[in-house]
Structures are given as C-alpha cells and as structure tokens.
Design a protein around this ligand. Structure first.
Ligand code: NAP
Length: 217
C-alpha cells in the first residue's frame, strides 16, 4: 500500500492567473463542458479537499452531480460520493454550509483547533499536509482531488505532494492585482511535464505531471 494518496490538483483560472475576483458573487470560470469534465474527475476520486475560505466564500457542495456516475461508483463497490475534506486552521466552519448539509457521505475536518469545530464531521487535529494525506490513506483514500483555493494549492505544491495538475484557462482577464491567484509565494515545483493540452471551445485544459509521476503518461 502506498503511503499517501495520488493527489490531483484541479483549478480554473483566467488568462492572468486569477481563480476568483473580488466581487460578491463567485467568478464563473468554467463553462458547461468544463463543469461536466470536473464532475467526471470528481467521480474518479475517493476524496475532495478544499480550504476553509473556499467553504466560507463559495459554499460548494463538492458532490458528483451525474446520477450515472454515482451509479457507476456504487456498481464498482465505492461509496456514492467522495469523502469531503476541509482544511481549517481556525476550526471556524458554519454547520449550515452546503458541504455539511447536502448529499450523502462522510466529511473530515483537519484543523489546529479541533475544540472549536461544531460541524458534523470527523475532526482530526493536524493541518500538516503530509499527515493529512497519511490519515486519508488510512481511511482508504487512494485518489484525492484538491480543489482550492490559493493557500491550499500553495501548501500542497510547496510540500511536493501533488502528482498531477488539471488547470483550465478561461478566455478572459480579471485585471485586478488583488484578486486571488492560482498559487501564492512558496517553494513551488521547479519543473513539470505537460501531459496534455486539450482545447475545449475557448477554454483549454492543461494537464501537468509532477515529481516522480513525470515519467507517466
Ligand atoms: N477557480 C477555482 O478553481 C477555485 C477553486 C476553489 C477556490 N477558489 C477561490 O479561492 C479563493 C480562496 O482561496 P484562499 O487562499 O483565500 O483560501 P483557501 O485555500 O480556500 O482556504 C484557506 C484556509 O484554509 C486553511 N489553511 C490553509 N492552509 C493552511 C495551513 N497551512 N495551516 C492551517 N490552515 C490552513 C485556513 O483556514 P482557517 O481560515 O479556518 O484558519 C485558511 O484560512 C476564493 O476566492 C475561491 O473562490 C477558486
């Protein structure tokens, strides 16, 4: 058994590298075809992880939407939905967030302040990314999808714990120097291999392989 899950980092950004803007509503970066691609990618993993700010700002459900894909998961002996995972230093998460109120399946919160967590989830007292991955592997997670935001991308990339990036570039600029970027500052991977560049209308999917995974296809 490998020591940690395969880690797929998935994000959509503008041409100028923004993954959101600073307007009240969430910035739409994916079109219908890309949302369906992300749904297929979610259906292929055992867990999906996001940072607490993404939960607070975007209120995602992090569910596989397609009934066919859910049925395929069940037919192959997997849970209907991936495990939903949140990383939160503060432990301050709202139990009415959609991630905690919609869909079947378990949730895990990794936090420095377990005593503060009041959401329905398993609570684990670490925010160290390698420990998070080891704990997830112990829960049977072989493939993990990391879905944002900036700090979580940076944390896992700088720790050398990402095997693959699926990055969609949307055909517009945000043009705001203070808008959230794909990654922040850090000791980011020095080299990656471009495994695929897939045009999807005016969007493009870039698939990069990292680390020991660079030799794969
Ligand atoms: N376009 C996309 O694909 C996409 C996808 C997802 C999110 N986003 C965007 O990303 C933005 C949010 O990014 P963000 O960087 O502000 O937030 P984030 O990465 O979603 O979450 C940050 C929070 O995660 C916890 N965390 C992260 N690293 C930690 C560490 N090393 N130790 C302890 N806790 C840690 C902290 O939680 P506490 O605050 O609880 O301490 C921290 O405040 C939003 O604008 C969202 O819309 C875009």
């Amino acid at each position: 058994m490998s020591k940690r899950p395969y880690v797929l980092l998935s994000a959509a950004m503008s041409v100028d590298g923004c993954i959101d803007d600073r307007m009240p509503d969430r910035l739409i970066l994916s079109d219908a075809a890309d949302l369906d691609r992300v749904d297929a990618a979610r259906a292929g993993v055992d867990a999906i992880l996001v940072g607490a700010t993404t939960v607070r700002r975007d209120d995602p459900r992090l569910l596989v939407r397609s009934a066919e894909r859910v049925a395929e998961r069940v037919a192959s002996g997997r849970p209907p939905q991936p495990l939903r995972v949140v990383l939160s230093g503060s432990g301050e998460l709202d139990p009415s967030a959609r991630l905690f109120t919609t869909g079947d399946g378990s949730r895990v919160v990794y936090t420095s302040r377990p005593e503060r967590v009041v959401v329905p989830a398993d609570v684990v007292g670490t925010v160290d990314p390698a420990r998070v991955l080891a704990d997830l592997r112990g829960r049977g997670v072989e493939r993990l999808m990391v879905e944002g935001g900036t700090s979580v991308h940076t944390l896992f990339l700088a720790a050398g714990l990402v095997d693959e990036i699926q990055l969609v570039v949307a055909p517009f600029f945000v043009g705001d120097p203070d808008a959230p970027r794909f990654v922040g500052a850090g000791a980011l991977p020095p080299a990656m291999r471009l495994a695929e560049a897939r045009p999807m209308g005016d969007h493009v999917l870039l698939r990069y392989l990292l680390g020991e995974n660079r030799g794969r296809s």
